[in-house]
Design a protein around this ligand. Structure first.
Ligand SMILES: Cc1cc2nc3c(=O)[nH]c(=O)nc-3n(C[C@H](O)[C@H](O)[C@H](O)COP(=O)(O)OP(=O)(O)OC[C@H]3O[C@@H](n4cnc5c(N)ncnc54)[C@H](O)[C@@H]3O)c2cc1C
Length: 337
């Protein structure tokens, strides 16, 4: 079996890191996108790295998932990525080999987080599989589109190995509903004990304080601030809250310590593709654009009329963020009554 026909008529394994919703509950938008991407390529099964609740199983069935593999005998969330990769390799071999001795899964799809990419790399070594990261689009034959050099170019890549492993960026594939439901039969697969012995354990966790705002990569509206805020994100947060938006930032703002690096949008930050992206005091460097240029409508607020952000903005306001953002927030509030 080649990657070409593997992808064409593939059995696809979609990895749900931390389980549906990260806690075995409802699927997130990003997970729905992974499943939709899997369905583009073939018949989808899911490997959930945490136990799956009955409600989540029903949701997986609705999304056309044939089988759901869950870990047995160990809590994968208590370790760094090593045991997850070993367990995924066992899931692949548990599903068996076809008559020609080839793996039953032709494509494995993971999220593009740092853990997803590390798991993909380790799994690639175990399975002798080609790995394509930073995938932003897929063709039905398994060809992946990958954004490179800060979004300046897109390359098309396809693994030539029997199994292809892809890590998909959020907002790259529409989370369309499945044409037909699947059985979503739960099949526990033991976590290989040997993988635990040598693994790094998580000894403590600190919950991130909840902002009450939508998750950056899933939000319909994002308001981002840059160096032009001079460290005062108050107007950015105020406008975001009026719009029910997530707050984002340029790397300059995150590096300055004004906001957490979690909020960084761009080549080395998060990729967002909301309905509306407001860039406030952001110059529009190519590395920032790489994370937001597929937003449906881009509004830029910048005091410099020659700022490159205006080249990609649908609407531009030449002005001071400290004047424009509060006025916009006040007007939106007034119109809403
Ligand atoms: C390998 C690499 C990876 C990178 N990855 C990323 C990334 O992921 N994300 C990212 O964002 N950057 C990234 N960068 C950095 C990137 O090149 C830029 O340096 C950065 O995006 C600039 O941030 P900025 O637009 O906030 O700041 P600046 O470029 O300094 O722009 C500030 C803007 O604010 C405007 N301004 C100033 N005062 C006001 C005001 N009062 N009202 C309105 N406008 C005002 C200015 O006119 C200016 O346009 C990366 C760089 C490298 C080399």
């Amino acid at each position: 079996m080649t990657a070409e026909n593997a992808a064409g008529a593939a059995n696809v394994l979609v990895v749900l890191s931390g389980g549906p919703g990260g806690a075995g509950e409802s699927l997130t938008k990003a997970q729905l996108e992974l499943l939709a991407a899997g369905r583009l390529l073939g018949t989808v099964s899911a490997a959930s790295t945490a136990p799956v609740s009955e409600g989540a199983r029903a949701q997986l069935a609705e999304n056309g998932v044939a089988a759901v593999y869950t870990p047995e005998g160990a809590d994968l969330s208590a370790y760094l990525v090593g045991p997850t990769a070993a367990w995924l390799a066992d899931v692949v071999s548990a599903v068996g080999a076809d008559g020609g001795g080839h793996a039953a899964f032709g494509v494995i799809v993971l999220d593009n987080s740092s853990e997803g990419k590390e798991a993909a790399g380790r799994l690639g070594v175990r399975l002798g599989a080609g790995v394509v990261t930073d995938v932003v689009g897929l063709e039905t034959d398994g060809t992946a589109h990958k954004s490179v050099l800060a979004g300046s170019y897109q390359v098309r890549a396809r693994a030539t190995s029997p199994v292809a492993i892809l890590t998909l960026k959020p907002n790259s594939v529409e989370a369309a509903p499945a044409d037909a439901p699947g059985l979503a039969t739960i099949t526990p697969v033991a976590v290989p004990e040997a993988s635990l012995a040598r693994a790094a354990r998580v000894v403590a966790r600190t919950d991130k304080p909840a902002s009450g705002r939508p998750e950056l990569t899933e939000a319909n509206i994002v308001v981002s601030g840059g160096r032009g805020t001079d460290g005062d994100f108050g107007p950015v947060e105020e406008l975001a809250d009026v719009l029910g938006a997530a707050v984002g930032a340029s790397r300059a703002a995150a590096d300055a310590g004004w906001v957490s690096h979690d909020l960084q949008v761009g080549q080395t930050g998060k990729t967002v593709s909301p309905q509306l992206y407001v860039a406030a005091g952001i110059s529009g460097a190519i590395q920032h654009r790489a994370g937001m240029q597929t937003s449906k409508v881009i509004v830029a607020v910048n005091s410099d009329p020659d700022s490159p952000i205006f080249e990609i903005a649908d609407f531009g306001v030449v002005g001071d963020v400290f004047k424009v953002l509060p006025q916009a927030a006040a007007e939106i509030t007034r119109r809403r009554g």
